[in-house]
Design a protein around this ligand. Structure first.
Ligand code: CA
Ligand code: CA
Ligand code: CA
Length: 126
Protein backbone atom coordinates (compact mmCIF):
# COMPACT_ATOMS: atom_id res chain seq x y z
CA UNK A 1 0.00 0.00 0.00
CA UNK A 2 2.92 2.33 0.71
CA UNK A 3 4.24 1.61 -2.75
CA UNK A 4 0.94 2.66 -4.26
CA UNK A 5 0.89 5.81 -2.15
CA UNK A 6 4.32 6.80 -3.48
CA UNK A 7 3.35 6.07 -7.06
CA UNK A 8 0.15 8.08 -6.74
CA UNK A 9 2.00 11.12 -5.46
CA UNK A 10 4.75 10.99 -8.06
CA UNK A 11 4.17 13.30 -11.00
CA UNK A 12 4.45 11.27 -14.19
CA UNK A 13 6.67 12.08 -17.13
CA UNK A 14 3.89 10.82 -19.39
CA UNK A 15 1.84 13.89 -18.54
CA UNK A 16 4.27 15.98 -20.60
CA UNK A 17 2.57 14.77 -23.76
CA UNK A 18 -0.89 14.56 -22.24
CA UNK A 19 -3.70 15.51 -24.66
CA UNK A 20 -6.95 16.06 -22.78
CA UNK A 21 -9.11 15.98 -25.90
CA UNK A 22 -7.83 12.54 -26.87
CA UNK A 23 -8.10 11.15 -23.33
CA UNK A 24 -11.68 12.40 -22.94
CA UNK A 25 -12.63 11.02 -26.35
CA UNK A 26 -11.17 7.65 -25.35
CA UNK A 27 -13.16 7.79 -22.11
CA UNK A 28 -16.36 8.43 -24.06
CA UNK A 29 -15.60 5.52 -26.39
CA UNK A 30 -15.06 3.22 -23.39
CA UNK A 31 -18.29 4.39 -21.72
CA UNK A 32 -20.32 2.09 -23.92
CA UNK A 33 -23.62 2.58 -22.08
CA UNK A 34 -23.10 6.36 -22.07
CA UNK A 35 -23.98 6.91 -18.40
CA UNK A 36 -20.99 9.15 -17.69
CA UNK A 37 -19.30 6.48 -15.57
CA UNK A 38 -16.70 3.85 -16.35
CA UNK A 39 -17.26 0.71 -14.32
CA UNK A 40 -15.11 -2.40 -14.07
CA UNK A 41 -17.09 -4.24 -16.75
CA UNK A 42 -16.42 -1.43 -19.22
CA UNK A 43 -12.71 -1.46 -18.34
CA UNK A 44 -12.61 -5.23 -18.85
CA UNK A 45 -14.39 -4.92 -22.19
CA UNK A 46 -11.80 -2.42 -23.45
CA UNK A 47 -8.81 -4.44 -22.24
CA UNK A 48 -10.23 -7.63 -23.77
CA UNK A 49 -10.53 -5.94 -27.16
CA UNK A 50 -7.04 -4.40 -27.08
CA UNK A 51 -5.14 -7.34 -25.52
CA UNK A 52 -4.89 -9.35 -28.73
CA UNK A 53 -3.01 -12.36 -27.29
CA UNK A 54 -4.98 -12.36 -23.99
CA UNK A 55 -1.87 -12.36 -21.77
CA UNK A 56 -3.27 -9.56 -19.52
CA UNK A 57 -0.53 -7.24 -20.82
CA UNK A 58 -1.22 -4.52 -23.37
CA UNK A 59 1.77 -3.60 -25.51
CA UNK A 60 2.20 -0.47 -27.60
CA UNK A 61 1.84 -2.60 -30.70
CA UNK A 62 -1.43 -4.13 -29.52
CA UNK A 63 -2.90 -0.71 -28.80
CA UNK A 64 -1.71 0.60 -32.18
CA UNK A 65 -3.13 -2.38 -34.06
CA UNK A 66 -6.42 -2.74 -32.20
CA UNK A 67 -7.44 0.77 -31.09
CA UNK A 68 -9.93 0.86 -33.97
CA UNK A 69 -11.95 -1.84 -32.16
CA UNK A 70 -12.63 0.53 -29.25
CA UNK A 71 -12.34 4.03 -30.72
CA UNK A 72 -12.14 4.14 -34.53
CA UNK A 73 -12.11 7.94 -34.36
CA UNK A 74 -8.83 7.88 -32.39
CA UNK A 75 -6.73 5.68 -34.67
CA UNK A 76 -3.27 7.26 -34.85
CA UNK A 77 -3.53 8.69 -31.31
CA UNK A 78 -2.39 5.45 -29.68
CA UNK A 79 0.87 6.91 -28.29
CA UNK A 80 -0.98 9.63 -26.36
CA UNK A 81 -3.40 7.08 -24.92
CA UNK A 82 -0.66 4.57 -24.12
CA UNK A 83 1.47 7.12 -22.25
CA UNK A 84 -1.53 8.29 -20.24
CA UNK A 85 -2.22 4.75 -19.05
CA UNK A 86 1.40 3.66 -18.52
CA UNK A 87 1.46 5.29 -15.11
CA UNK A 88 4.53 3.38 -13.89
CA UNK A 89 6.43 4.07 -17.12
CA UNK A 90 7.24 0.39 -17.69
CA UNK A 91 6.45 0.40 -21.41
CA UNK A 92 3.59 -2.07 -21.04
CA UNK A 93 0.09 -1.72 -19.62
CA UNK A 94 -0.73 -4.09 -16.78
CA UNK A 95 -3.20 -4.23 -13.91
CA UNK A 96 -0.72 -2.22 -11.82
CA UNK A 97 -1.04 0.74 -14.18
CA UNK A 98 -4.82 0.58 -14.06
CA UNK A 99 -4.82 0.29 -10.27
CA UNK A 100 -2.57 3.33 -9.89
CA UNK A 101 -4.67 5.39 -12.27
CA UNK A 102 -7.90 4.24 -10.64
CA UNK A 103 -6.65 5.29 -7.20
CA UNK A 104 -5.50 8.66 -8.53
CA UNK A 105 -8.67 9.56 -10.38
CA UNK A 106 -11.42 7.97 -8.27
CA UNK A 107 -11.53 10.68 -5.63
CA UNK A 108 -14.88 9.63 -4.12
CA UNK A 109 -13.66 6.01 -3.70
CA UNK A 110 -16.75 4.43 -5.23
CA UNK A 111 -16.56 1.71 -7.89
CA UNK A 112 -16.82 3.99 -10.93
CA UNK A 113 -14.66 6.59 -12.61
CA UNK A 114 -17.04 9.40 -13.47
CA UNK A 115 -16.46 11.73 -16.38
CA UNK A 116 -16.24 14.61 -13.91
CA UNK A 117 -13.55 12.84 -11.89
CA UNK A 118 -11.50 12.41 -15.05
CA UNK A 119 -11.94 16.07 -15.99
CA UNK A 120 -10.85 17.13 -12.49
CA UNK A 121 -7.80 14.90 -12.81
CA UNK A 122 -6.93 16.23 -16.28
CA UNK A 123 -7.35 19.82 -15.11
CA UNK A 124 -4.81 19.16 -12.39
CA UNK A 125 -2.23 17.03 -14.19
CA UNK A 126 -2.71 17.43 -17.90
CA1 CA B 1 -20.68 3.49 -18.30
CA1 CA C 1 -1.18 -8.73 -24.73
CA1 CA D 1 3.14 0.08 -17.13
Amino acid sequence: MLLYACLILLPTAAMAVCDRTVILAFYDAADTNGDGNIGSSEVTAVVTKIDGNSDQIVTRQELRDRLYLVAPNLVGQDAVIFDFFDTNGSGTLTSQDFTILYLRINTDFNTNISRQELITYLNRYC
